[in-house]
Design a protein around this ligand. Structure first.
Ligand code: CAA
Length: 241
């Protein structure tokens, strides 16, 4: 796969595994990150993958960041919208800032990045866009009105843009991971994780980031051109749609 890929939030957690899976499949990867310079530099040192710092919740920052990636690496063929945050609270305790931060980073970001690559993909007649949603966008989650709303929004975006671009060689799909062993999930209170979440997973364990990475590499491949507007769930059987 001699393609150029951008993975947002691509230096840590699931994004890191996606960057590595695409790189292993032969793509040249630009891994975006938002703030953690130490983690990004360590990732770059360890993997040789290029890193690009910009805030995905800021349209102009995305425009500039994508221009820089395209100048350094070439036109982006594969976009993986992975960057995301949590600010968990039941709605009756949620502050406006917690709502806004999650919607801006997890949902508005997808417009900010995709809008800045879509014209090039249309002109070149090829593109792969993969939006990392979540089981919690499919079924809702106590304490995550903001996150569930943003992640559910990704499914609508995916299906709309899939229709708009199908005739242009561009596919747009969503991946919906369940609970995967990353810093984000391990930040859930231990009691909640052990007593409420793990017993709901028929496979009996958390997912591994690499298991999501392989889903993305498959959808990003040239051979996956007939799959568009779909959702690939990887959740250990926790939620079946
Ligand atoms: N269903 C029903 N009731 C629940 C519940 C649930 N799932 N979880 C908690 N409650 C109850 C509590 O037992 C408590 O009841 P009592 O008051 O009767 O004791 C009540 O709700 C409120 O709990 P708290 O007052 O302790 O609420 P809090 O303000 O401390 O917030 C929370 C709790 C932040 C929601 C915490 O329960 C939590 O972190 N839950 C996990 C949320 C979660 O799964 N997040 C996913 C993060 S990982 C991720 O997002 C990645 C991905 O895509 C999968």
């Amino acid at each position: 796969m001699s393609r150029i890929a951008l993975v947002t939030g691509g230096t840590r957690g699931i994004g890191r595994a996606i960057s590595l899976a695409l790189s292993d499949a032969g793509a040249t990867v630009g891994a975006n990150y938002g703030g953690n310079d130490d983690a990004a530099n360590a990732f770059k040192e360890e993997t040789g993958i290029h890193v690009f710092k910009f805030d995905v919740s800021d349209f102009d920052a995305c425009k500039k960041g994508i221009e820089k990636i395209e100048a350094d690496l070439g036109p982006i063929d594969i976009l993986v919208n992975n960057a995301g945050i949590t600010r968990d609270k039941p709605l009756h305790k949620m502050e406006l800032e917690q709502w806004d931060a999650v919607i801006a980073t997890n949902l508005n970001s997808v417009f900010n990045t995709t809008r800045n690559v879509i014209e090039g993909m249309r002109e070149r007649g090829f593109g792969r866009i993969i939006n990392i949603s979540s089981i919690n966008g499919q079924r809702g989650q106590f304490g995550q009105a903001n996150y569930s709303a943003a992640k559910a929004g990704l499914f609508g975006f995916t299906k709309a843009v899939a229709q708009e671009t199908a005739a242009k060689g561009i596919t747009v799909n969503a991946v919906a991971p369940g609970y995967v062993a990353t810093e984000m999930v391990l930040a859930v209170p231990e009691k909640v994780l052990n007593e409420s979440i793990l017993p709901q997973i028929p496979v009996g364990r958390l997912g591994e980031p690499e298991e999501v990475g392989r889903c993305v590499a498959f959808l990003a491949s040239d051979e996956a051109g007939f799959i568009t507007g779909s959702t690939l769930s990887a959740n250990g059987g926790q939620y079946m749609v």
